[in-house]
Design a protein around this ligand. Structure first.
Ligand SMILES: *[C@@H]1O[C@H](CO)[C@@H](O)[C@H](O)[C@H]1NC(C)=O
Ligand SMILES: *[C@@H]1O[C@H](CO)[C@@H](O)[C@H](O)[C@H]1NC(C)=O
Length: 160
C-alpha cells in the first residue's frame, strides 16, 4: 500500500520552515507559531485517551527523530480511546532541536500540550522546530484540515 502523506502540508511546512529564521528565543521557549485546540469534546485527565496521548507524545522524539527521519504517524490505544498522531520536523532545525521541541510537547509544565490545549481531543500545534497533530479519529491520508491550516499559515506568512 502506497504511503499517503499529506504532501501539501509537508511542502508548506518545509517551505515556511526554510524561510523562517532561527532565533535563540524561539528555540529555548518553543512558543507555538500556530495552535488549534478543539473544544467541542474534551478528555479528562484520568481517561484512557489521556494515557494514550501521554504515551504518544512521550515517544515522539524517538519515533519521529531517531527512527523515521523527521516524520512519524502512528496510533496508540484501541477503539474510541485510540490516539491518531502525526509529527514532523522542520527542515532548517537540527534533529536535536526537533527532538527537544517534541519532548517539550509531552512536558506537563511549560509548553506541554496538556497545558496549551487542556482536554482537547483534536490538536494541531506548530512550533518552529516541530509540528504535532493528534485526534481520536483517523486523519491519515485525509489532510484537509491540516492542509487548509498550513495554506492559511502560508498566506498569512506571505502577506505579512
Ligand atoms: C472543553 O474545554 C475547553 C477549555 O477548558 C472549554 O472552553 C470547553 O467549553 C470545553 N468543552 C466542553 C464540550 O466541555
Ligand atoms: C500512516 O499514514 C498512512 C496514510 O497516510 C497510513 O496508511 C498508515 O497506516 C499510517 N501509519 C500508522 C502506523 O497508522
Amino acid at each position: 500500500m502506497a504511503l499517503q502523506r499529506p504532501p501539501l502540508l509537508i511542502l508548506c511546512f518545509y517551505l515556511l520552515a526554510a524561510l523562517h529564521t532561527t532565533s535563540d528565543a524561539a528555540l529555548s521557549s518553543h512558543l507555538p507559531q500556530a495552535i488549534d485546540c478543539s473544544t467541542s469534546r474534551n478528555y479528562t485527565s484520568t481517561s484512557a485517551y489521556a494515557a494514550n496521548l501521554n504515551q504518544f507524545l512521550a515517544a515522539l522524539p524517538e519515533n519521529a527523530v531517531s527512527r523515521n527521519g523527521g516524520f512519524f504517524n502512528g496510533t496508540v490505544g484501541k477503539g474510541t480511546d485510540t490516539v491518531y498522531g502525526l509529527a514532523m520536523c522542520s527542515a532548517d532545525y537540527s534533529r536535536s532541536d526537533c527532538g527537544d521541541c517534541l519532548a517539550a510537547t509531552a512536558n506537563s509544565n511549560a509548553n506541554g500540550l496538556s497545558n496549551l490545549c487542556p482536554g482537547s481531543i483534536t490538536v494541531l500545534a506548530w512550533f518552529d522546530p516541530c509540528l504535532v497533530r493528534y485526534s481520536d479519529t483517523n486523519f491519515f491520508g485525509t489532510a484537509e484540515i491540516g492542509t487548509a491550516f498550513a495554506v492559511t499559515r502560508c498566506l498569512i506568512f506571505f502577506l505579512t
